[in-house]
Design a protein around this ligand. Sequence first.
Ligand SMILES: [Zn+2]
Length: 284
Amino acid sequence: MTRESAPPKIKVLLLTGQSNQWHNWKVSSRALEASVSADGMFEVDTLVTPDAGEDFSEFAPAWSDYDVVLLDYEGDVWPRETQRAFEAFVSGGGGLVAFHAADNAFPDWPAFNEMIGVGGWGGRGEDAGPKVRWRKGKMVLDDGPGVAMHPDPFEFLVETCAPDHPVMRGLPEAWLHAIDEQYSQLRGPAKNLTVLATAIAGPEIENGTSENEPMLMAIDYGKGRVFHTTLGHVGANDTETPAAMKCAGFLETLFRGLEWAATGEVTRAVPDDFPGTEFPEVRA
Ligand SMILES: [Zn+2]
């Protein structure tokens, strides 16, 4: 009998350091670092950018040292040279996971908008591209009016749209997510985009769109893979990890997204505590 050695860990660069006025990267990045490190599949380096308004001229991460970049950042624009290096990393086969408000970042960087598929805020208007809708079992691009918004946080069902995608394989058709913001009416180029899961805020919810809004997405960018999770809001004044980021459904889809973005495959089993539709499963 041979004893197989453990597979090498997936190398994750957690890139953080600035939030817009609605978020707190210190709390969200601490939670991401802790949960992704503790999972066992990943080795995480955290890189904190300069503060808002500080000098970014030396900001040039060693992208190629990593399998996947986990982006928890919405702030100052990077130098063009750094943007180009990042574009080359992802288009050359690197992985990117865009976490929640990372899709608020860089509205005027066309390549970034292609990577995330759709985004919101930060000045993104109706000219940012169509909204992504899921109607009658397929994706529809909607050029109608409206820009990014969300109802007040609530518990909502996340529904699988692409059960055969590696990230979603084996997961339930629907599961109840812990209280969170439900991003709505995100807009962007939406090229090479697969809707993995949606959620809906019906007429009983104030500011609900009654549309199946994309919550989890997969985007091909050149040879690279991007997993975009809109879940995981941490408010500007939050000091503790919110339930949204301790939700077993949020965490397992994040881990699967990281593995898939890094390798193109998902080898993970569905955890016993993955939520069903009755109540959310919030980890300690
Ligand atoms: Zn948020």
